[in-house]
Design a protein around this ligand. Structure first.
Ligand SMILES: Nc1nc2c(ncn2[C@@H]2O[C@H](COP(=O)(O)OP(=O)(O)OP(=O)(O)O)[C@@H](O)[C@H]2O)c(=O)[nH]1
Ligand SMILES: [Mg+2]
Length: 223
């Protein structure tokens, strides 16, 4: 299944490179593969990939939609919405992979295990090793054990990682300084930046897009 989303981009009010969709910056975004099983990869020549990771319901699909400026990924109030690894190709240059969330107990055990094997293979596998990870943590909450395990796993696997604290619009201005300090103490290192973001208001999305683009390997000369 391949869905072309150029039609969504050409809607009224779309301005290439504007705040809307700062990661896509006007490029075409296509769903190239929903992967349901281990080892599934988009056909053809591989391009660098960014994995979008985080607990169920943290706001991965929403953030992707805001970063790409499309309604490409399905969003839900119910956790466990994303049930495959969705590979989106941006301008034919790089892939962004929307992953199923971890930590949702109601997803069947077998499915959870398959997802977690698929994510591990995506992050550490030999074919198409991922270029980097965007790890989302809930900006409203104290650091969660599953997120701390994930960040350790990424670190031990040598996957370059950017952490985004989501739903920042829902953190009271009076709590932001303390919250940010706590999150930074848990996740931020000189090599691993942390940015508080909101898909609702667009706060810090241009900065996040810049960091993500910088994390991608530069195109080879033939491009
Ligand atoms: N206030 C606020 N709510 C948000 C934000 N981003 C997402 N949400 C809400 O959080 C819920 C989950 O969003 P999703 O984007 O589906 O989360 P997900 O991480 O993709 O979830 P799974 O696919 O189930 O793992 C939805 O009700 C969103 O409207 C945000 O920036 N601010
Ligand atoms: Mg999702």
């Amino acid at each position: 299944m391949t869905t072309t989303l150029s039609s969504a981009r050409s809607g009224a009010g779309f301005r290439p490179g504007a705040l809307r969709g700062p990661l896509a910056a006007g490029a075409e975004v296509r769903l190239v593969l929903p992967a349901y099983g281990r080892g599934e990869r988009p056909k053809g020549e591989a391009v660098p990939a960014l994995a979008v990771l985080g607990r169920s319901n943290v706001g991965k699909s929403s953030l992707l939609n805001s970063l790409l400026g499309t309604k490409v990924a399905r969003v839900s109030q119910t956790p466990g919405r994303t049930q495959a690894l969705f590979w989106y190709r941006v301008g034919g240059r790089f892939d962004v992979v929307d992953c199923p969330g971890y930590g949702y107990a109601k997803t069947a055990k077998e499915k959870r295990e398959t997802f977690s094997e698929m994510i591990e293979e995506l992050l550490t596998g030999k074919d198409t090793p991922v270029g980097g990870a965007l790890l989302l943590v809930d900006g409203r909450l104290e650091p969660q054990p599953s997120d701390l395990s994930m960040v350790l796993f990424l670190q031990n696997s040598g996957v370059p990682t950017i952490v985004a604290a989501t739903k920042w619009d829902a953190v009271k201005p009076s709590e932001r300084v303390r919250r940010r300090r706590v999150l930074a103490a848990a996740y931020e290192t000189p090599d691993r930046p942390l940015l508080p973001v909101s898909s609702e208001t667009g706060e810090h999305l241009p900065e996040l897009a810049r960091l993500l683009r910088a994390a991608l390997p530069s195109p080879s000369p033939k491009e």
